[in-house]
Design a protein around this ligand. Sequence first.
Ligand SMILES: [Zn+2]
Length: 135
Amino acid sequence: MTKPMPTPVHWDRGFWNLAAQGILSAQRCQDCNHLQHYPRPACGKCLSPSRLWEHLSGLATVYSFTVVRRPFTPGFDDQSPFVLLDVLLDEGLRLLSRLKDESQAEGLGIGDRLRVSFQQIENGLHLPYFTKVNA
Ligand SMILES: [Zn+2]
């Protein structure tokens, strides 16, 4: 079974282009300064269509996590068990991701420091993964 793949649309193409360069980014509203992730066609706060891609630090903490032993989505069976991370980026945004190195799952805890890196997936896009780093 194949995995579902993200399909870029015009309002998130900047995210994928920067990810291919190893840069985590989010949209900054040019009217109200709201920073948002996930990408949207308009600002989630004031509905302005005027947004720019802001480079993020790629540094974060573990907000929460779970170990997925029986994936709900077909195509991930060969990767389980794996850690699903709820990541709190230093810029205050949250996103779901995974550990780059599953050997770091042992002893993982809420508040652990993380750093982003990117892995290319089957359709050529680059997904953000996180590595535990020493604080
Ligand atoms: Zn706005």
